[in-house]
Design a protein around this ligand. Structure first.
Ligand code: ADP
Length: 203
């Protein structure tokens, strides 16, 4: 059984994932995979360098994310080009990591689970929900960036209402980290039971 864990920037996905991992549940992180597919020397990074030229590559050979973000923010067709290149690679690598998981169930943590086709890979959707105000407060503190930057990222993500409407389960993260952990612990019990039921019915 695969549970997709999503939520807006700063909602508490990483925090919730840490607690699932504490229960020895494998967490596949879509953000990490997205970085892995463009490491120096990868075919995807070579295609990006060919398409956008040297401006897209840092002097140390890594992807110049800031530059690329600027380009695709201004030019939707370039955004489309990049997504057509990267999404299939990212999804294939996510699938590989999900298949390799041996835990009772597996978490796929992704900020864009519902905005991309990644939701098709999961059996259940778990949303970490907070108000926009808390999102901006926590994310700007974590990233040491101003509220406008966080708001610009939020604009590219689903609204709180749209996200929650598609959830099977919701974690409310307005309280303390302890309260978040308690909700994860309860869901871990539920998911463990569901995964066991699935295993027995498949036998
Ligand atoms: P996401 O992965 O969804 O972007 P994070 O899990 O990184 O969000 O949480 C954003 C920031 O808020 C982090 O610095 C995290 O430690 C903090 N945080 C998360 N949940 C809580 C909470 N319940 N109380 C206080 N701080 C929190």
């Amino acid at each position: 059984m695969i549970v997709g864990l999503t939520g807006g920037i700063g909602s508490g996905k990483s925090q919730a994932s840490k607690r699932f991992a504490m229960h020895r549940i494998t967490v596949v992180n879509a953000d990490i995979v997205a970085r892995e597919v463009v490491v120096p020397g990868s075919p995807a990074l070579q295609s990006i360098a060919q398409h956008f030229g040297n401006q897209a590559i840092e002097t140390d050979g890594n992807l110049n994310r800031r530059k690329l973000r600027d380009i695709i923010f201004k030019t939707p067709t370039e955004k489309q080009w990049l997504e057509t290149l990267l999404h299939p690679l990212i999804n294939a690598e996510i699938r590989r990591q999900l298949n390799a998981s041996t835990s009772l169930y597996t978490i796929l943590e992704s900020p864009l689970l519902l905005e991309t086709k990644q939701y098709e890979m999961v059996d259940r959707i778990l949303v970490v929900d907070v108000s926009e105000m808390v999102q901006i407060e926590r994310a700007s503190l974590r990233d040491n960036s101003d509220a406008q930057k966080i708001e610009a990222i939020m604009e590219t993500q689903l609204s709180r209402q749209e996200r929650c409407a598609r959830a099977h389960d919701i974690i409310q993260n307005h309280g303390s980290i302890d309260e978040l952990n308690q909700q994860v612990d309860k869901l871990h019990e539920l998911y463990s039971e569901l995964a066991q039921l699935e295993t027995t019915s498949a036998q």
